[in-house]
Design a protein around this ligand. Structure first.
Ligand code: FUL
Length: 502
C-alpha cells in the first residue's frame, strides 16, 4: 500500500514538474568536436621556416637546408606569450609551400634533420608539442598540400608522400585540435631542380576523402580546415573578419580548394546542408612570415580589438598569426600588442550588467527553458520559445539607468543555427529607440557581439524578428566598455566589405 501511494505521488510530482520537451534540432548540426572548437574562440598561427631566413612569403622550394638556423628558438616563449594573449591553441606551419619540414620526417632530406638547428637533432613540431602540453594549449598543424621542393610533385608518388607525412604528424605529436590544408596551388617551383610550372587539379589530385579517412582513423576529434571544410571553412579573406551575416553552413560539394566565390565563404549559405563554421585568419603583421622591415607595422591594439568583434563576434573563430623571427622567438612588439589586446577585450566584456537586471520574455517554453538560462553561465541551458514561435522579445530592466555600449548574444548551436534577424532598442524615457550598431543585425550563431555608441537607459530590448525555428538562446550580456566606440569608429573606416566581393 505504502509503495503504491509513493508511486502515485511520484507520478503526480513528475507531471507537475514535467517540462515541455527540448526543441527539435534543426539541421545542419555541428559535431560535438565542432562545438568544442568554436568555444576556443581565439587561437594562434605560427609561420616559421626557411622563408623566415630568406625574407620571403612563398619560398620557391630551393632554399638550402643550411639556411634554417634559429639561434635561440624557444617554444616555451611562444607558449607563454600566446597564453598571456588569451589564445587557446596554436597551429604551426609544419610544412609550408616550400616543402621544408620543421620535424625530422623519414620521407625527405629537406627538413630540420639536415639543418644546423640543434646540429640536426632538432624537431620544432616536437618542441612546440611539449610547450603546449606544459602551458595547456591545444596544438594544430599546417601541412601544405602544394610542395614546391619535391621533384615528384604532380605525380601519384607525391600523393603517397603527402599521406605518409600526414600520418607521421597524426601519430607522433599527441592530440591535435586542427589540421590546416591550404588552398594555394600556385604552379611554379623548384621541383627538384626542374624549375618549372606544374598544374594539378586541386579538386581531385590530393584525394582529400582519403585524407579525411586517415585522420578519422588516428584522431577523429581534429577539425579539418580547408577552403570548404569539412571541419571549418576559410572565411574568404585573410583580413581576420567574417561578414555581419554569417551562417555556419555550406552546400555539400559546392566549395572546393581554390574556390573563388569569396562572399559565400564570408557569410555562409543560409540554405546550406552541412555545418562548416568560419575561421577568420589574419597575421599580426602584413606578412605571414617574419620580415624585419615590418617591425613597425604590427597591428595596433585597437585594430586587433576591432577584428575580435568582427570574427568571434560574428560567429567565427579568430586565428591570429605570429611570425616567429630569425632567433626563433615572437618579437616583443607582437607580444605586447597581443597581450594588451587580450587585456582590453577582457576588460570590455568583464562585467555583465544583466546580472543586475530583470529579464522578461514574450514567450517561454517552460521552466527548464526560462530566461534564467541566459545569465547562468551554463553553456547547455538556454531560453527557448514554444514550437511555432519564431519571433519574441527579451526586455531587460535595470533598477536605475545604466550606461551600455556592448551586447552579446549566443545561440545554443548544438540544436542548430536559427536566428535570421533581430533588432536592439533602448528606452529613452519616452519611447524605444534603436541602438546604432552600424552593422546588420541578422545572424547570431555561436556568438554575436554588437558595439554601439553609449546609451544611458533603464531598459533595453532585443526583438528576434525571424528565425528558422523556435529560439534557443543560451547567453545574453550587456556591457559598458569604458573606451566607448572611439576605436571602433576609427577602424571601421578602414574596411569596405565590397572590396572583397567578386
Ligand atoms: C595562404 C598561404 O599561401 C600563405 O602563405 C599563408 O600560409 C596563409 C595562411 O594561407 O593561402
Amino acid at each position: 500500500m505504502r509503495t503504491s501511494i509513493l508511486s502515485l505521488l511520484l507520478v503526480i510530482g513528475n507531471a507537475l514538474c514535467a517540462q515541455p520537451d527540448a526543441p527539435s534540432p534543426i539541421a545542419p548540426l555541428p559535431s560535438s568536436h565542432q562545438v568544442a572548437w568554436q568555444q576556443m574562440e581565439t587561437y594562434a598561427f605560427i609561420h616559421f621556416g626557411p622563408n623566415t631566413f630568406g625574407d620571403r612569403e612563398w619560398g620557391y622550394g630551393d632554399a638550402p637546408v643550411s639556411s634554417f638556423n634559429p639561434t635561440r628558438l624557444d617554444c616555451e616563449q611562444w607558449a607563454q606569450t600566446l597564453k598571456a594573449a588569451g589564445m587557446k591553441g596554436v597551429i604551426i606551419t609544419a610544412k609550408h609551400h616550400d616543402g621544408f619540414c620543421l620535424w625530422p620526417t623519414k620521407y625527405t632530406d629537406y627538413s630540420v634533420r639536415n639543418s644546423p638547428f640543434r646540429d640536426g637533432h632538432g624537431d620544432v613540431v616536437g618542441e612546440l608539442a611539449a610547450a603546449c602540453k606544459k602551458y595547456d594549449l591545444k596544438m594544430g598543424v599546417y601541412l601544405s598540400p602544394w610542395d614546391r621542393h619535391q621533384a615528384f610533385y604532380g605525380t601519384p608518388l607525391y600523393v603517397e608522400y603527402f599521406y605518409a607525412q600526414l600520418e607521421e604528424l597524426l601519430t607522433q605529436y599527441g592530440p591535435l585540435f586542427e589540421i590546416w590544408f591550404d588552398g594555394a596551388n600556385g604552379g611554379d617551383g623548384y621541383y627538384g631542380g626542374a624549375r618549372e610550372k606544374r598544374t594539378i587539379d586541386s579538386r581531385t589530385y590530393y584525394d582529400f576523402p582519403r585524407a579525411h579517412r586517415l585522420i578519422a582513423q588516428h584522431q577523429p576529434q581534429i577539425i579539418i580546415f580547408s577552403d570548404g571544410g569539412p571541419g571549418c571553412r576559410w572565411v574568404g579573406n585573410e583580413k581576420g573578419y567574417a561578414f555581419d551575416t554569417n551562417w555556419s553552413f555550406l552546400r555539400k560539394g559546392e566549395v572546393y580548394p581554390g574556390y573563388e566565390r569569396f562572399q559565400v565563404l564570408q557569410s555562409g549559405h543560409p540554405d546550406g546542408d552541412i555545418w562548416v563554421p568560419a575561421e577568420c585568419d589574419v597575421s599580426i603583421r602584413p606578412g605571414w612570415f617574419y620580415h624585419a622591415s615590418e617591425d613597425d607595422k604590427v597591428k595596433t591594439v585597437d585594430y586587433l580589438c576591432d577584428l575580435y568583434y568582427r570574427s568571434v563576434g560574428h560567429n567565427g573563430t579568430f586565428l591570429l598569426n605570429f611570425p616567429v623571427n630569425r632567433e626563433g622567438r615572437i618579437h616583443p612588439t607582437d607580444s605586447a600588442h597581443a597581450v594588451d589586446f587580450h587585456k582590453r577585450i577582457t576588460a570590455e566584456l568583464a562585467n555583465n550588467l544583466l546580472l543586475d537586471a530583470r529579464i522578461k520574455a514574450t514567450d517561454e517554453r517552460g521552466k527548464a527553458f526560462s530566461v534564467r538560462a541566459l545569465t547562468d553561465g551554463n553553456y547547455d541551458t538556454y531560453w527557448a520559445t514554444h514550437d511555432g514561435v519564431t519571433t519574441a522579445t527579451l526586455t531587460f530592466t535595470f533598477k536605475r539607468p545604466r550606461e551600455v555600449n556592448r551586447l552579446m548574444l549566443g545561440e545554443y548551436i548544438p540544436l542548430g543555427q536559427r536566428v535570421k534577424t533581430f533588432a536592439v532598442d533602448y528606452y529613452d524615457g519616452r519611447q524605444w529607440q534603436p541602438v546604432d550598431a552600424q552593422e546588420q543585425t541578422t545572424t547570431v550563431g555561436y556568438k554575436r557581439l554588437l558595439r554601439f555608441p553609449t546609451v544611458r537607459s533603464k531598459q533595453l530590448r532585443v526583438r528576434f524578428l525571424d528565425s528558422r525555428g523556435p529560439l534557443c538562446i543560451n547567453a545574453a550580456a550587456l556591457y559598458y566598455a569604458p573606451q566607448g566606440t572611439a576605436s571602433y569608429e576609427g577602424e571601421k573606416a578602414k574596411y569596405d566589405q565590397k572590396e572583397l566581393l567578386r
